[in-house]
Design a protein around this ligand. Structure first.
Ligand code: PDD
Length: 286
């Protein structure tokens, strides 16, 4: 039976309950991680735990667990999940306070929640066809580098894509590419892979790092720099990356084709490298 972890207890999802005074519920005061699990082995766990530590530190929530403890807490949830491949959620909020007050409570115990859902990475047909995207002004706050659970802006931006029958919203701030509503974005131009630089305006994606590492390993030229709106629209290839969607080609933006409107050859190469890398890493234990 699938089990979730909540504050020291493993149990069925239906029985997991948090207080309405939880600051995650009242203020969106918490952070999260989403870790892909293949064949019950978490992928890039160390990197995800590192980002979790950083998010907690940045929002001033004391990390309730050491990395070793996190690994021990994740293991039974992964083992009990129905699916071998999972999207593993870790969520930590500042916890419940006796009164609703924006300021931090004097004493609060962080709420810790772990949930494994089935992972359905894009199938071959979707990778072959690519996906459509819309664009939008990035109207989020200025700390998009924190993996905060306060995701209302991201939800509205993603819904804009869904309402247009698209898979993702590609965002620009002051004419510069930031990221997708729930993904990082890459551009290919003249054989060079372009990536926005990590800063406070985008989430430092774990998949983003893997893609840049693979490019370096395989001798694909990269440039990490500001990318303009015009460069995105004139791209040879446009990709989105995330832990749950891996790498996907975007073939139209605002109903206009990217290049010839089909996934490109550099995507095909990167997708191949990524799948090989995943297989190797999982063989050696995540
Ligand atoms: N989201 N940017 C944003 C805003 C994201 O929400 C995500 C992932 C990414 C990609 O990061 P990574 O490669 O580490 O998954 C970039 C997850 C999957 C989610 O919220 O479900």
């Amino acid at each position: 039976m699938a089990l979730v972890y909540l504050n020291g207890t493993l149990g069925p999802l239906e029985e997991a309950k948090v207080s309405v005074m939880d600051r995650g519920f009242l203020f969106g005061d918490g952070i999260y991680e989403v870790i892909p699990v293949y064949g019950r082995k978490p992928f890039r766990l160390e990197e995800h735990l590192k980002r979790l530590r950083r998010s907690l530190e940045t929002v001033r929530i004391a990390n309730p667990h050491s990395d070793e403890e996190w690994r021990c807490l994740l293991a039974p949830v992964i083992a009990a999940a129905e699916s071998e491949d999972q999207s593993l959620l870790i969520q930590v909020t500042r916890g419940a306070a006796p009164v609703r007050n924006h300021a931090f409570p004097q004493v609060a115990t962080p709420t810790v929640f772990i949930l494994a859902e089935p992972l359905n990475p894009p199938d071959a047909a979707l990778k072959a066809s690519g996906v459509a995207a819309v664009s939008a002004a990035d109207n989020r706050w200025l700390r998009c580098d924190i993996k905060s659970i306060a995701l209302l802006a991201n939800c509205l931006l993603r819904q804009k894509a869904v309402d247009a029958g698209c898979a993702e919203t590609v965002m620009f701030r002051d004419g510069i590419l930031t990221e997708g509503a729930a993904a990082n974005i890459f551009v290919v131009k003249n054989g060079v892979l372009l990536a926005p630089q990590k800063n406070h305006l985008m989430l430092p994606g774990i998949t983003y790092d893997v893609v840049l590492e693979l490019a370096a390993q395989h001798g694909l030229a990269t440039e990490v720099r500001d990318i303009t709106d015009a460069e995105v629209r004139a791209a040879d290839e446009l990709w989105l990356t995330s832990s749950t969607r891996e790498i996907l080609p975007i073939v139209t933006l605002d109903s206009r084709p990217i290049a010839n409107g089909r996934p490109g050859p550099i995507y095909a190469a990167m997708e191949n490298w990524y799948q090989q890398f995943k297989t190797e890493v999982m063989r050696h234990g995540g």
